[in-house]
Design a protein. Structure first.
Length: 135
């Protein structure tokens, strides 16, 4: 036995494993994160739908050949799951559209907020003076 302080290795009579290399993340970079997430989710949903369609074709063939109720139940459940996945894909597209849609204030319209500090009599005098300048 070697001189190690690992009680599990000692009790099993084996050498401890060397520490593995640093685990790297499979997540994309932070820039344009929402677009990356959308594209990734969209790609996954498309893959699920395509694989589900292939599986559905096979399951229907098996159900027809076996004429067993369980096989038809599995086919029915897969059809339901496929319909839900298609709805999820549409909801994802709607959510992405809502996120990328411009807000009303950022659509090129200029909003000017004016602030007057003073009494009401000062404001009335200023309004009267502006009215006299235009005549």
């Amino acid at each position: 036995m070697s001189d190690n302080d690992d009680p599990i290795s000692n009790s099993l009579g084996i050498e401890p494993m060397a520490p593995s290399a640093k685990i790297t993340s499979v997540l994309p970079a932070v820039k344009a994160e929402s677009n990356n997430d959308y594209e990734y989710a969209r790609r996954n949903l498309y893959d699920l739908i395509e694989k589900g369609q292939d599986a559905l074709d096979e399951i229907i063939d098996i159900a027809k050949q076996s004429q067993q109720a369980r096989a038809f139940e599995v086919a029915t459940n897969l059809i339901k799951t496929m319909a839900e996945t298609n709805k999820d894909l549409m909801a994802l597209a709607k959510t992405q559209k809502e996120l990328t849609q411009e807000s009303p204030t950022s659509s090129g319209k200029t909003v000017n907020n004016n602030l007057f500090v003073g009494s009401t009599s000062d404001l009335l005098k200023m309004i009267k003076n502006n009215g006299n300048d235009t005549q």
